[in-house]
Ligand binder design. Sequence first.
Ligand SMILES: Nc1ncnc2c1ncn2[C@@H]1O[C@H](COP(=O)(O)OP(=O)(O)O)[C@@H](O)[C@H]1O
Ligand code: SF4
Ligand SMILES: [Mg+2]
Length: 425
Amino acid sequence: MNEVPREAEPTTEQDMEDRQADLAEYAPPSFEEIVGETHTAAELDPNAEPVLTVENLRMYFPIKTPLMRRTVAHVQAVDGVSFQLPKGGSLGLVGESGCGKSTTGQLITRLYEPTGGSMMFEGKDLAQLKEKELKPLRREIQMIFQDPYSSLNPRHTVGAIVGEPMRVHNVVPKNQVLKRVQELLEVVGLNPEHYNRYPNEFSGGQRQRIGIARALALQPKVMVADEPVSALDVSIQAQVVNLLQDLQKEFDIAFLFIAHDLAVVRHFCPEVAVMYLGKIIEIGDRESIYANAHHPYTQALLSAVPDIKQAATGGRRERIRLTGEVPSPIDPPSGCRFRTRCPLAQEICARHEPPLLQIGKRHKVACHFPGRLGEHPREPLTARLLGVDAQGQPDPGASPVNDLVEQPGYADTWFDLDAKTIGRA
Ligand SMILES: Nc1ncnc2c1ncn2[C@@H]1O[C@H](COP(=O)(O)OP(=O)(O)O)[C@@H](O)[C@H]1O
Ligand code: SF4
Ligand SMILES: [Mg+2]
């Protein structure tokens, strides 16, 4: 019997590299390659005014006993989140499952009443408004959901689904709803004659376009897109992301773009916030986050993505592996919430929560030892600012800086890590 010739096992490093190069040639095109054929990555407009300013937003879900309905604990799903969403721009929200991304998005659409904090939109605090005052503002802030299967009512036609917000908010005369629905279907790349069909007659990508048409129906200023392409194939992902990018430009819509896919976020969002256990631990422009991350958690997240790893790890090959489980948001660790999994953790990390310190023109990080990979300082940089010594014990000689309170957006001055002084734009 003839033996099938088998390729020898790679023995040297060169062999391994050749083998990997061969494999790369046969690999299907990545999201970046497909999307890049027609669309370049979205650019930051540093002069854009904020359309939404979120400050110290908190959502604690009560946990009740089944019988007495007594509150016994809280899930601290979102705990002190602050950011600004620029008009017509997009902020990406990334982090592992359960870190509070969806809850943040749902708070902005006021699906829940927040436990605390403010969300300023057009001079009004969305967190404070009662249902009646909220109704006109609900038009302005819409949501696109992850799952194009469960988010569309299977018993309603596409026309009814896309037309519903117009009827609820009474924004289009009844006899013109159909015409408007057809326009919207065309805008999102669907056949306008298909308004009488049901969701199950469409593919996943087409259903997501129906969801987008529905979200567009009221011409919102803010769109919360919660994992809008996570359920789709890579080639379809690229088409839907390109569509969102076109719509954003045409209608000047600001996106809060929630996703765990860092390649998709890098393309769509010139600015990115990284969440961990209910808090933003690093936020900045694309360059600051993807090529210059200073938080060990961001560095670990980026190192796990093959085509992003090189830039994020300064050419190092190894992936930074996080050990341990994500702690429960019911009883998060004291001080820095990441400390139970952080390879750099020291005493001060358990005693004090690191402030979200601005370390560049558009870059903030919450870590006592912030630094580029392999260049984290030995002494906690925040100690003097917090008025404590290197172990986090009170230090009468130090002078705390009181304006470390976390503000949304960026100040004109920041803490320059290299010079250890205040930097200026
Ligand atoms: N309605 C709710 N009641 C209680 N806990 C919730 C509720 N919604 C979300 N959570 C909890 O809040 C945390 C954050 O969830 P979520 O915002 O969905 O995270 P992500 O979108 O980042 O995966 C999780 O621990 C989740 O179990
Ligand atoms: S503050 Fe401490 S535990 Fe938290 S990320 Fe920085 S080094 Fe790690
Ligand atoms: Mg989610």
